[in-house]
Write a protein that binds this ligand. Structure first.
Ligand code: GTP
Ligand code: MG
Length: 673
C-alpha cells in the first residue's frame, strides 16, 4: 500500500552530548539519498557541525537543519547540540517539531543524562522515540540501559525490536510487531532473514511486554490479551501510532548511526507514526483556519546573509515578495546544513529561513496573528564572565554584537554592573561563553578579553559618631564657606541609606540642604574599606553659613569632609552578598551537594524531593556570591552534567577575620594601582 504524499514533517534529534546525533543526521541524509557520500564528525566532513565553532570544539554548538525525502515523504531533521550548556536550542526546536528522536548511548551509567530531555518532552507532550545508538560497540548494554532509562522516564519505554545476536555481536534486529528478522549489511539495506530459533523465547516475551504496555491504554487490546487472542497486526500499529501521538508511550529502536544500521527502520517508524504539522500547531494552541503563521525557533546573524529567522510554517503558506506584518519577505531560503537555497514558496509543515526580518525575534511568529504562541522562558543564567574588548575603539561594537548573539540564543544575557563597572556576559557555562566569544571574533571581527567578575562587596558601620565638617577658603575675591554637623549611625541590615534633616532656625538655608545630602552620598560610594556603604543613617544636626561665600559646592564639600573624618571611627565592616540557591540533582548525589555547600562557606537550609522530577532532590542553601563563580562547573562534574541550580540575591552578611582582610587588602591594592 503506498501512502499518499504528505505534508513535510519535522523531527528533532536530541539527547546527551556525543551520543551520535550529528552522525545520525548524516546517516539519515545518506540513507535517504540526500548525500552522495557520507562524511564523519571526527574528520570534519559531516553535513552538520560545519560552523567554525562546531569544528573547533568537535561538538554541535547550534542546531543543524537539513531536509531530505524518504519514500516520497519530505522531512526536515533538526540535529540539536547535546551539551547542557546549549540546552536552550533543544528546548526551542522541540516546540516546533512533530516528534523527537532521543539519541542515547547504550550505557546505563549515562541514562541519568537523558532526564532533562525526557522531562521537557513529557511536560510538553511531544511525541518521542528513543534511539539507542552505537550498538556496534562491544560494550553496548541494551537491557540494562533501558531499565536505567525507565527510571528517569515518566512514560513507559516500549521496546519495538530486539537485537539479533551472533556471539556477543548485534548483527540485526527482530521486529516485535511483524515478527520479522532483519540482518544488517554494511552500507546497504538490511536483509530479511528467517526468524532465528535462538532467542525465540526472548522475542515472545518482549512482544508480550510491548502488547501489555499498549493494553494499558486500550480496553479492546486488553480483552484480547486476557483471552489469549493474538491481536491483528493492524490493530497493534494503530495502537502504537495513537499512543505515540499522545505521548503515552516511548517506542524504542536501536542501531548504529556510524554504520547506518537500524536507520532505515527508524525512518520507516517516523514515516508511519509521526503526526503532521497540524497536530503540532494544535499543541501550540494554533487553530486550523486563519492567516498564514510560521513560528521562529532560531535566529542567526550570518556573516554574508545578515539576519536569518528559522521558522516552521504551521498554517497556510508564504510566498517570496509578499508583505507580512509590515515586512516584505525579500526571499525564502531552504536550509541544508550551512547551505541555503532560494525557494519561491514555503508551505505548511516546511522549515524555512526568512532573511532580514529585523523586528522578529526567536519565539515570535511571522504572520498576521496578534498573539504570540506559548514559548518557553529562556533558561536562567548560571555562569558569568566580565568581558571587554581588546581594542578600545570596539567598545560600542561589543554591545551591539552581544545584542545580536542574545537574539540568537536567549540563554545568553548581558549585565552592566553599575558598582564594579564591568560588563558581565551571562550564560549556561564555560564552553557556552567561550563559543559566544569565538562567534564575536569569527563573525564580527571582535577580539574580546574576559576575566572572572568581581564580587560586588559592600560595607557598613557598627558604631555611631558625631562629626563636624567645615570647608572654608578665601582665594582672592569670592570665598567658599560650608559648615555642617553630622550624626552618623548604623541602620538595620537591608535599610539602605537615610538622610535626616534636623536644621532649625535657618542655621543652614534650605537651598543648601540637598547639597549636604549629595556630599554624603558622594562619599558613601566608596567607604573607608573601599566599597559602597549601605545601611547608614546620616542626620544633619547643625551648621552655619556665610551670606556671600556659601554655595552648593561648599556645602557638598563640607559634608564630604565630615564623612571622611567620621566614618573610620564607626567601626566599618565588610559585607558580602549571600545568594539563596536551590540546587537540583539526582537523589544519589544529594549528600555530595551538602559537602560542596559547606566547602563553600554555605549553609544548608533543607532538602526535599524535587516536585515533578522522579528520583531528584532539591537542596536549598545560602551561599556567598564569592563562592558561586564555578559552582555550576563542580556540580556538573559531580553529576554527569545534569546537576543545576536556581539563584537569587538574598541578603548582605558581615565578613570578618582573614577572609575580610584579604578582600580589603586586594581592594586597596586595586584602588592604588
Ligand atoms: N561506534 C560508534 N560511534 C559513533 C556512532 N555514532 C556516533 N559515533 C561517534 O560518537 C562521537 C560523537 O558523535 P556525534 O555525532 O558528534 O555526536 P552528537 O550527539 O552529535 O554530539 P554533540 O552534538 O556534541 O552532542 C563521534 O566520535 C562519532 O564518530 C555509532 O553508531 N557507533
Ligand atoms: Mg552533534
Amino acid at each position: 500500500m503506498t501512502k499518499p504524499v504528505s505534508a513535510p514533517r519535522a523531527a528533532a534529534l536530541i539527547g546527551p552530548f556525543s551520543s551520535g546525533k550529528t552522525t545520525l543526521l548524516e546517516s539519515l541524509l545518506f540513507v535517504s539519498g540526500s548525500l552522495a557520500r557520507k562524511g564523519g564528525v571526527k574528520d570534519g566532513t559531516s553535513a552538520g557541525d560545519a560552523s567554525p565553532e562546531a569544528r573547533q570544539h568537535q561538538m554541535s554548538v547550534e542546531p543543524n537543519i537539513a531536509g531530505t525525502t524518504y519514500l516520497e515523504d519530505r522531512w526536515c531533521f533538526i540535529d540539536c547540540p547535546g551539551s547542557v550548556e546549549f540546552l536552550q536550542d533543544s528546548y526551542n526546536v522541540l516546540r516546533v517539531v512533530d516528534a523527537a528522536v532521543v539519541v542515547v548511548e547504550p550505557d546505563p551509567a549515562r541514562a541519568v543524562m537523558v532526564a532533562p530531555f525526557l522531562k521537557f518532552l513529557d511536560d510538553h507532550k511531544i511525541p518521542h522515540f528513543l534511539f539507542l545508538n552505537k550498538m556496534d560497540d562491544s560494550k553496548a548494554r541494551l537491557r540494562e540501559t533501558l531499565e536505567a532509562l525507565q527510571a528517569v522516564s515518566e512514560r513507559p519505554l516500549v521496546l519495538r525490536e530486539i537485537p539479533m545476536l551472533e556471539g556477543d555481536k548485534v548483527v540485526g534486529h527482530v521486529d516485535l510487531v511483524s515478527e520479522r528478522a532483519w540482518r544488517w549489511r554494511e552500507g546497504k539495506p538490511s536483509d530479511l532473514v528467517k526468524l532465528p530459533e535462538r532467542g525465540r523465547g526472548d522475542e515472545m516475551q518482549a512482544r508480550q511486554e510491548m502488547l501489555e504496555h499498549l493494553a494499558d491504554f486500550d480496553d479492546h487490546l486488553l480483552e484480547e490479551l486476557l483471552e489469549d487472542t493474538i491481536p491483528a497486526t493492524d490493530e497493534i500499529y494503530q495502537n502504537l501510532t495513537r499512543d505515540f501521538h499522545q505521548d503515552l508511550i516511548v517506542p524504542v529502536f536501536f542501531g548504529s548511526a556510524l554504520s547506518d544500521h537500524g536507520v532505515r527502520r527508524l525512518l520507516k517508524a517516523l514515516r508511519h507514526e509521526v503526526p503532521e504539522y497540524d497536530v503540532t500547531a494544535a499543541r501550540l494552541g494554533l487553530g486550523e483556519g486563519g492567516p498564514s503563521v510560521a513560528q521562529v525557533f532560531k535566529t542567526i546573524h550570518a556573516q554574508h546573509t545578515g539576519k536569518l529567522s528559522f521558522a516552521r510554517v504551521l498554517r497556510g503558506a508564504f510566498v517570496e515578495g509578499e508583505t507580512v506584518g509590515g515586512a516584505k519577505l525579500s526571499g525564502l531560503l531552504a536550509p541544508q546544513g550551512v547551505q541555503l537555497s532560494k525557494q519561491g514558496k514555503a508551505e505548511a509543515g516546511e522549515v524555512v529561513a526568512f532573511p532580514r526580518l529585523d523586528s522578529v525575534a526567536t519565539g515570535d511568529t511571522v504572520g498576521a496573528i496578534e498573539e504570540r504562541l506559548s514559548w518557553p522562558a529562556p533558561l536562567a543564567p548560571l555562569f558569568a564572565l566580565a568581558v571587554q574588548t581588546a581594542r578600545k575603539a570596539d567598545e560600542v561594537k561589543l554591545t551591539t554584537s552581544l545584542v545580536k548573539l542574545i537574539e540568537e540564543d536567549p540563554s545568553l544575557s548581558i549585565e552592566q554592573n553599575p558598582e564594579t563597572g564591568e560588563i558581565l556576559l551571562w550564560g549556561q557555562g564555560e564552553i557556552h561563553l567561550m563559543v559566544a566569544m569565538e562567534r564575536l571574533k569569527n563573525r564580527f571581527n571582535l577580539e574580546v578579553l574576559s576575566h572572572r567578575p568581581q564580587v560586588p562587596y559592600k560595607e557598613t558601620i557598627r558604631k555611631s559618631t558625631s562629626v563636624h565638617g567645615r570647608h572654608k577658603r578665601q582665594t582672592g575675591g569670592h570665598g567658599q564657606f560650608g559648615d555642617v554637623y553630622l550624626d552618623i549611625a548604623p541602620l538595620p541590615r537591608g535599610e539602605g541609606f537615610a538622610f535626616i534633616d534636623k536644621i532649625v532656625g535657618g542655621v543652614i538655608p534650605r537651598q543648601y540642604i540637598p547639597s549636604v545630602e549629595e556630599g554624603v552620598k558622594d562619599y558613601l560610594r566608596q567607604g573607608p574599606l573601599g566599597f559602597p556603604v549601605v545601611d547608614v543613617a546620616v542626620t544633619l544636626t547643625n551648621g552655619s553659613f556665610h551670606s556671600v561665600d556659601s554655595s552648593d559646592m561648599a556645602f557638598k564639600t563640607a559634608a564630604r569632609i565630615a564623612m571622611t573624618e567620621g566614618m573610620p571611627n564607626c567601626d566599618p565592616v565588610l559585607l558580602e552578598p549571600i545568594l539563596a540557591v536551590e540546587i537540583s540533582v539526582p537523589t544519589e548525589h544529594t549528600s555530595k551537594v551538602q559537602r560542596i555547600v559547606s566547602g563553600r562557606r554555605g549553609q544548608i537550609l533543607g532538602y526535599d524531593a524535587k516536585p515533578g522530577w522522579k528520583g531528584w532532590d532539591s537542596v536549598s542553601a545560602c551561599l556567598p556570591q564569592a563562592e558561586m563563580a564555578d559552582l555550576i562547573i563542580e556540580l556538573r562534574s559531580l553529576t554527569m552534567g545534569v546537576g543545576t541550580f536556581a539563584w537569587r540575591f538574598d541578603h548582605l552578611q558581615e565578613v570578618m577575620g582573614r577572609q575580610a582582610q584579604q578582600v580589603i587588602g586586594s581592594r586597596r591594592a586595586a584602588l592604588a594601582s
